[in-house]
Design a protein around this ligand. Structure first.
Ligand code: NAP
Length: 259
């Protein structure tokens, strides 16, 4: 199936990725391998998830060229120090069994001084070629703007489902041609029960999950990384590139943020 690819700077990012939080052990490895076999080419992990080794195994086992998969990992704030940051990234790369990741993020903001240091260390990771691109996660607009003074910030990964209003942040990021990666895009499954989502699922002959993901992926500069724990859900979430929500229906879903 043809997927949407986002062109951000010199990077090509598959707009739909697989979130891997809680995908661990042999079961998690199998789920990630199946998703790659189905066509996923964007995988989101983090040092904190304790599954970089599982992601690394799945990538090796699936036999797909490493260069064809967009891999994101994240550094946890307890490693935001001169002594710990670079060794923690080196450990992540070792567990993932790759020479570099496509995107390296600061997982959560700390205080301003610590963020400044961590962002400088992100830049160092670019020079060391440990990451092709760097960014942040859970940063407010003002924290993001400060980070941009220290490093070429490519992405801010934030919670974004129909329940969140990220309008101001997203407008700014679009103006800078940055990637907004939507985490918990299905609001951990809760938004799938909303009446308007169910109504649109009936109208477009799609599932509730497909309506929500399509709503996100129809927005410029937005990628989404739903977590799916089964092959059935992985496949369903991938099948969102063969239909389009009307402008009116896009607006109807935006109304959920006002609830
Ligand atoms: P999510 O993707 O919004 O929701 C996951 C839930 O939705 C799971 O219970 C899953 O069930 C269910 N689901 C998935 N596909 C479905 C389908 N087609 N039909 C029905 N239910 C479906 O929430 P999330 O796991 O919190 O977020 C996704 C990813 O974002 C994480 O895995 C992680 O990579 C990232 N994340 C990042 C941060 C951060 O601070 N940067 C924070 C949170 C999450 P099954 O498991 O049964 O498929």
């Amino acid at each position: 199936m043809d997927q949407k690819i986002l062109s951000i700077g010199n990077a090509e990012v598959p707009a739909l990725g697989l979130g891997t939080y809680r995908l661990t052990g042999r079961e998690g490895e199998k789920t990630i391998e199946q998703a790659l076999a189905l066509g996923y080419r964007h995988i989101d992990t983090a040092e904190m998830y304790g599954n970089e080794d599982v992601v690394g195994n799945a990538i090796i086992n699936c036999g797909i060229n490493r260069a064809d998969i967009f891999i994101t990992t994240k550094v946890w704030p307890s490693n935001f120090s001169k002594k710990k940051f670079i060794p923690s990234v080196e450990s992540s790369l070792k567990r993932l069994r790759v020479d570099n990741v496509d995107l390296l993020l600061l997982h959560w903001p700390a205080d301003d001084d610590t963020n400044r240091l961590a962002t400088e260390l992100l830049s160092e990771c670019l020079h060391l070629q440990y990451a092709k691109h760097v960014g942040v996660s859970n940063f407010s607009l003002s924290q993001l703007q400060k980070a941009q003074a220290q490093a070429p910030i490519f992405c801010n990964q934030v919670e974004y489902s129909p329940y969140n209003n990220n309008n101001i942040l997203l407008q700014y990021m679009r103006g800078q041609n940055m990637l907004l990666t939507a985490y918990s895009p299905l609001a951990r499954g809760t938004v799938l029960h909303e009446a308007i989502i169910k109504k649109l699922a009936g109208k477009y002959q799609k599932t509730a999950s497909q309506i929500v993901l399509r709503w996100l992926l129809q927005q410029d500069n937005v990628a989404a990384i739903p977590k799916a724990g089964s092959e059935k859900h992985s496949l369903e979430n991938l099948q969102v590139f063969d239909f389009e929500l009307s402008e009116e229906d896009m607006l109807a879903v935006f109304q959920l943020a006002k609830k």
